[in-house]
Each structure stands twice: as C-alpha cells, then as structure tokens.
Ligand binder design. Structure first.
Ligand SMILES: [Zn+2]
Length: 668
C-alpha cells in the first residue's frame, strides 16, 4: 500500500508541476521552461572554464552534492560571462544531464545561486530551464530601523539570508535616533553606556512619557547596541551573500540621545533639551567626523548615510555660535546651516573615497558630485534631486514605507497611519512621472521599516514579508510587465514557503483586503453642500462633491473619497436637499487613525431646518473616549422622523490639533 501511495504522489507532482509552475521571485528577465530535472543524487563532473574558479565560488559552495572525478556525461559547467554584461547578470541552463552557469563576476554567480536555490526547492532536483537574467536597477535595498526597537544581530543575519534569496543587494541600518544609539564607537563610550538605553521597552510608552535614558546595566533598562566586532562579522556575512550593509548616522537632527550623552554638542549644552546638533560649533564637526571614521572603518560600503531629515533647527536662530557661523557664511537663513553641515560631511566622506546618501531634505545645489538622495517624501523631490545631477534612490512613503498596515487595520497590530497592502507596493512604478533625462538618475528602490510600533524581531519580520517581495520584483525585474494576479500567486506560494521555514511572514492567503466600497444610494446624493468651514487643502478628496457622491473611502486616509478637516470646530457643513422633505436618518462616516492624528469628533451635532434660518437639533453626541481605537471607521447617525430642506452637521476634534476625516454624509 505504501509503495502505491508514494507512486501516486510522485505521479501527482509530475502532473501538477506545469500548472502551478516553479515559483521564481523575483521573476528573471527571460525564462524558458524545459522538460525534466537535473538530479543531484546522481554522479556529475564539475568543469570550471576560463578562470572562473574563484568568482564562481558562490555557486560551487551551493552545489547540493559533491562532484565526482570519474567519467560521466553528466556535467556542471561554470563559465565566464560576456565582459559587456551587467555585474549581476547571469545565464543558466539546466537539463537532465547538464547545469551550466555563466556570469561575469562574483555578483552574477551570487544572483545565479539565488535562482538555483529557488529552482531546487526539495534540495535534490533542479528543474530544467533556460534563463537569461540581469537586474532592472543596480540598487535594491531594504532599511531596518534598529533604534526605535533593537533586534539581535542573529535576527539581522536571518534577514540578510532572506534578502539574498530575493536578490536584494543593500541592507540599510538606521543605527541612531532619539530612541537609542546602536553602534559601539570606541572614542565616545557614553553613546553606548547611556544613549543606547532607555526607561521603557515599548517605544510608544517611552515617547509619550518622559523620554529618559538610563545607564547601561540599570535594572529594567531597555536597549542595546552592536559591537564593532559583531558589525564586522555581519558585514562579512552579508557580503558573502551579495549584500552591502549601509550604516546610517543621523545628523543634524534626530539626535536627542547623542545630545544627552554629550550635551556640549548642542546649542544650549543642556541634556534632554535638543534634538539637533549645533552646526555653529567646531566640536560638532569633530565629533561627527570621528564617529564617521570609525563607521567607515567597520563598514566598507561606498555609500554612507547621514540622515539629514526633519531638522527643526529650533535652537539655531538664538545660538551665538550658530549666528556667528551664519555671519561667516554670509547668510541670514538658518537652513543654510544644515546645507553647510551636510556639504561639509559630503566632502569629508568623499576625501575618504565614500559617497554621502541623505534623505531628500539634503537636496541643495552645492553638494559633492555623486551625492545620492533617498527620496521619501513626494516624488517631486526626485525631480529636484535629478535636476541637481544627484543620483536618486526611490523610497516614497506612499509605496515603500512598510511600517503601514498591510491588511484591514482592525485585525492587525498597531502600525503607522496608512494602509499599504502588497498590491499597493507592487503598483509602484519608479520614475513614472520623470523625464527620461531625470529618470536616468534613478539608481534603485528601497523599502523602509521604521519600528516605532514594532517591538519585537518577530513583528519586524511580519511587517517585512511578504511586502519586500514586491520591492524585490520591482527592483530586479522592473515594471514593464506588471501583472498583479500572476505576481500575487507567486507571492502566496513564496509566503507559504517562508512560513514553513520559520519566517513569521504575514499569511497572504488570509488577506482580507481593502474596506468594501460599494456605492450607497440615499437622498443627499448629488445634493449641494454649503461649506461653513472649508476642508483642508491637503486632503481635498474629490472636491466639493465628495461628501454627497455615494462613495465610501478605503482604509487609506489619503484615498480620494476621504475629506480632511483641521482645527477647532473644523467640521461644519450644511446639506441643501433642494426642497423640504421627510427624513428618517442622517449620518456621517468618520475615520479614526491615531498615527497621523485623525480622530473621531469630541462633539458632534446634527440639526435640521426647513427655511435655512431656524434649526432644530436632531442629534448630539459627546465622545469623551480617550482610549482611542488606533484605526477604525464608524457611522454616527440620527434616526427618527423630521421634515427638512437643510441639514447641518458640526464636529470638533476630540484632540486639540487633531483632524476629522469624513467620506460621506447620508440622508434617508
Ligand atoms: Zn548652535
């Protein structure tokens, strides 16, 4: 019976294979499936042609079984590729008796190895195929924020393995931020004695509280750092897998932890007071250069990331050293201090043979040639950077910030504001709106995992996978042949593989998807809206008809059906039904999404009038709820019997400075 069952299963697999196809991810540029498999359990010879013995080491190390010296017609050939090829390009031919891999150099053999591993799912047989492959972009990155929450080095290595499987070639580590400094710097021990440790393990509790740092070894202290030895080991581990680790040291902002450990580097010299370095002080430049020297010593990466984002510059206008520096620079604009500091660091890195990367705030006309800008805000910044001649890495928040929700927020752990499912990530087309000349400056794409709401390594993995698969596909295969259904099927298969192999990937098979958005019919559809207070220009929805078009918004507050209102008593509209009529229900659909400060109203009133002058209150609701559900939509409605032509709805945000978001007002 057992033998029969086994035969049955083998037969089933053979029949099922063509239909389910082999999962290759990212999809190679050219794939031609052949019949049969190369069986690694049968003897074969190894043949290295044209001095590729060394560069082909990645593939040699991978071979699932040892070659024999005896004569056999079964052979594995490793051959030098065309010198004109891209560094990471390779060709692969597999038949029942031959495996042939061609690549120009090691990077190509590393890419070929990743494909071979995917083709050899059971570790014994490689499916017959002919592949010709090369990457669409030379930079394919993922960023992990290890400051907000700290993850063990072994976890980082595990992610390197995964990134290598999907042909990423950069892992960017956000090593420093207010929440903790994470790299040993021998010259400045306070960075790891104090600045790496804080009072609360949860970032949110710490950030909403007193934001205190504590000495290493204090009972209950949360934090940690990587030693230089650990980081060197990580760098080597990653390089063997084709991945360069890019370190990021934040400047001039996001540096509360440094300025508490070394207060003399801030404008006021007080701990716990400043987020920005003092760009007027020579000590700042000395410190940053000394830190970067140790960073460059540990990380061979050509790119060194210096942050550069979100500087408030609050203390600079009143600091005598900053003022003196501005005088020296001949400027009255504090922004020039940031430009000066970043340009200085760009020259410093260049003098050491490295290239500066910064977030898109660093764009300015006087940075070194070759400066690379990581665009995270609007894509207009890609145009600005390219116009200056800088290289551009695209990681726009709308597509690449995988700290957002990947499925229906009510069923997901708390995340940053927006809704960013796999499908949205996959829909990203790098440089879509750029001119061909500007597009030529795009060197690649990157997804970023900020970890404010990601307290554990397992949770970080959950946020990364499978969404990084979409970035892998865009970065390697490009976007010429987009077919989400086809990609989705591969991503589902791959997610099953990941979950079966100890990766805490989100279960794509159970994805619920966006909020159902079927149109609603009601009496106010098409009715005129009188804007007693105008909606905010940043969230104009579909314009003046948004609230009465019968359309509901999705999970993403940036979606067109959502209108945003900001400020005291900001929500105040009157619906004109055109004539007096009987009404039995009035309601508004609100969104609460606490990350970006969108809340249900604190007070909400519905009143009705026949003449537009005398109003009768139909409904009042007070919302004292301070236990905010972090992501939710709710209909707030009145039901009863009344006559009205005009219906007024008014709301005040429950939190001072918060937003109110509404997608539809219904009247029945
Ligand atoms: Zn200053």
């Amino acid at each position: 019976m057992k033998i029969h069952l086994k035969h049955y299963l083998v037969g089933l697999c053979a029949v099922a294979l063509p239909a389910m196809a082999q999962t290759l991810l990212p999809q190679p540029q050219q794939v031609e499936w052949k019949k049969g498999n190369f069986n690694w359990q049968k003897p074969y010879r190894l043949e290295c042609r044209q001095t590729v013995a060394e560069t082909s080491a990645p593939v040699q190390q991978w071979l699932p079984a040892k070659a024999v010296t005896a004569e056999t017609k079964r052979v594995v050939i490793l051959e030098k590729g065309n010198p004109a090829w891209n560094d990471e390009a390779y060709q692969l031919y597999v038949s029942a008796d031959t495996v042939k891999v061609c690549a120009k150099n090691e990077a190509g053999f590393i890419a070929a190895r990743a494909t071979l591993a995917q083709l050899t799912a059971d570790g014994q047989q490689t499916r017959a195929v002919m592949i010709s492959d090369s990457p669409a972009y030379r930079y394919r990155g993922a960023m992990l924020d290890v400051s907000r929450h700290f993850y063990p080095i072994e976890f980082v290595k595990k992610q390197v393995d995964l990134l290598a499987r999907y042909k990423f070639n950069r892992l960017h580590l956000h090593l420093t931020d207010a929440a903790g400094w994470r790299m040993e710097i021998k010259r400045y021990p306070r960075l790891t004695e104090l600045a790496a440790w804080r009072t609360d393990s949860l970032w949110k509790t710490w950030w909403d509280g007193e934001r205190k740092y504590v000495e290493e070894g204090t009972p209950g202290a949360y934090g940690g750092y990587y030693t230089q030895r650990e980081l060197r080991d990580l760098v080597d581990y990653a390089l063997e897998r084709g991945i360069t680790i890019i370190p990021e040291i934040e400047m001039p902002a996001h540096s509360e932890e440094v300025l508490t450990a070394y207060p003399c580097l801030s404008c006021t010299h007080e701990p716990y007071k400043q987020a920005d370095f003092c760009p007027g002080s020579i000590s700042t430049y000395d410190f940053l250069e000394n830190v970067l020297k140790e960073v460059m010593d540990v990380f061979p990466s050509a790119y060194i990331h210096v942050g550069g984002d979100e500087a408030a510059k609050a203390s600079w206008p009143t600091c005598p050293r900053c003022q003196a520096k501005m005088k020296e620079l001949g400027t009255t604009d504090v922004n020039d201090l940031q430009t000066h500091l970043i340009a200085h660091m760009g020259r410093f890195l260049k003098s050491h043979g490295r290239t500066l990367i910064g977030w898109d705030e660093v764009i300015d006309g006087n940075l070194e040639k070759g400066t690379t800008v990581m665009v995270w805000r609007g894509l207009e910044n890609a145009t600005r950077a390219a116009a200056h001649g800088y290289d551009v890495i695209l990681s726009p928040g709308a597509y690449c910030y995988i700290d957002a929700y990947q499925d229906s927020p009510a069923d997901q752990p708390e995340a940053m504001g927006a809704y960013l499912p796999l499908k949205k990530v996959y829909s990203f087309v790098p440089g879509e709106n750029l001119s061909p000349a500007h597009r030529a400056h795009i060197v690649g794409v990157q997804a970023n995992l900020w970890t404010e709401h990601v307290p554990s390594a397992a949770h970080a993995e959950y946020m990364m996978w499978p969404r990084l698969l979409a970035i892998s596909e865009i970065g390697w295969n490009g976007t010429k042949y987009k077919d989400y259904d086809e990609f989705h099927q591969r991503a589902v298969n791959e997610t099953q593989y990941l979950r079966a192999n100890g990766v805490n990937a989100f279960d794509l098979k159970k994805e619920k998807g966006d909020r159902v958005q079927s149109a609603i019919k009601h009496k106010a559809v098409g009715a005129t809206v009188i804007w007693n207070k105008k909606y905010h220009r940043s969230y104009p929805g579909n314009g003046p008809t948004t609230l009465t078009d019968g359309k509901l918004g999705g999970w993403n507050y940036g979606d067109k059906p959502w209108l945003g209102f900001l400020g005291k008593d900001c929500f105040d509209v009157t619906i004109d039904l055109g004539k007096v009529q009987s009404i039995s229900e009035v309601g508004a659909d609100f969104l609460q999404c606490t990350g970006p400060w969108i809340y249900f109203p604190g007070t909400f009133t519905i009143s009705a009038s026949e003449d537009g002058k005398t109003y009768k209150t139909l409904f009042e609701k007070k919302n004292p709820d301070k236990n905010f559900p972090y992501y939710k939509t709710e209909w707030w409605s009145w039901k009863g019997k009344a006559k009205a032509r005009y219906i007024r709805l008014q709301g005040d945000p429950v939190v001072h400075g918060g937003w109110i978001f509404v997608d539809e007002i219904i009247v029945k």
